[in-house]
Write a new protein. Structure first.
Length: 260
């Protein structure tokens, strides 16, 4: 999956640390995290609540700034950008999917998807990509529907199309199946996997569900703000065996965390 043509990595994170203050207490949400995501990889970031996985996604998306370390997206250092340049870069090179979909209720499915490129003055040039996405995501018959007339799965597919419309270097998805039933969630996972294969897309999903992670190529496990493990998924035959390995990894590290 690694690029051999000298192209920059979609995502490179170096020694990332993020702290939050809760009253008089300083909480380290991330501690010296470093990782690389290759072009065309489908990666899951797993961890319990409070492990730092959503914080990592927000930092990778440029939605918040680290206290230490650097984030490179498509070879560009986010820390070196002004607020205006970061906003434009994020709109063009980073696709983000949220668990709550974040669709605008007053806009149709088509208008929601085209909003990022219309804001950027590129709606006309994105029209062919839009038509291709709506056909691939089985949304052509729903383009004039507003979010309240769409099922949960359809809303998530619209959110996915919006994340892809600008042809970003990477798509970051925060618990993308969290608001979906199990069957619809698995359909979305299959779709993400297929688009990674068909279009060489780079997708990172934050999840706590082994049933989601089993669709990916690679799993990065976070615990207490640190990278605990990083493993390939092809050796696991199903979600149950991956879940067992994940829980064994977390349990094995617990005594080490307690003594550190």
């Amino acid at each position: 999956m690694n690029a051999t043509d000298g192209a920059p990595l979609p995502l490179r994170i170096e020694h990332l640390t993020k702290r939050f203050r809760q009253g008089s207490v300083i909480i380290e949400a991330l501690r010296d995290v470093s990782l690389e995501i290759a072009r065309g990889e489908f990666v899951a970031v797993m961890g319990a609540s409070g492990s730092g996985k959503s914080t990592l996604l927000h930092l990778a998306a440029g939605l918040t700034a680290p206290d230490e370390g650097r984030v490179f997206v498509d070879g560009e250092d986010l820390a070196g950008m002004s607020d205006r340049r970061l906003t434009i870069f994020r709109r063009r090179r980073i696709g983000v999917m949220f668990q709550a979909f974040n669709l605008i209720p007053s806009l149709t499915a088509e208008q929601n998807v085209l909003l990022p490129v219309r804001t950027d003055g590129r709606a006309a040039s994105a029209r062919e990509r839009f038509e291709s996405l709506f056909a691939r995501l089985r949304l052509k018959e729903r383009r004039t529907h507003r979010p309240d007339a769409l099922s949960g799965g359809e809303q998530q597919r619209v959110a996915f199309a919006r994340a892809l419309i600008a042809d970003p270097a990477i798509v970051l998805a925060d618990e993308p199946t969290g608001s979906l039933d199990s069957v619809t969630g698995q359909e979305l996972c299959r779709l993400l996997q297929e688009l990674c294969r068909e279009q060489n897309r780079t997708i990172v999903v934050v999840t706590h569900e082994p049933a989601v992670a089993t669709w990916t190529d690679r799993v990065i496990v976070l615990a207490d703000g640190r990278v605990l493990a990083d493993f390939r998924t092809e050796k696991f035959s199903d979600a149950q065996s991956l879940a067992a390995h994940y829980h064994d990894t977390v349990r094995a590290a617990s005594p080490l965390e307690a003594s550190s």
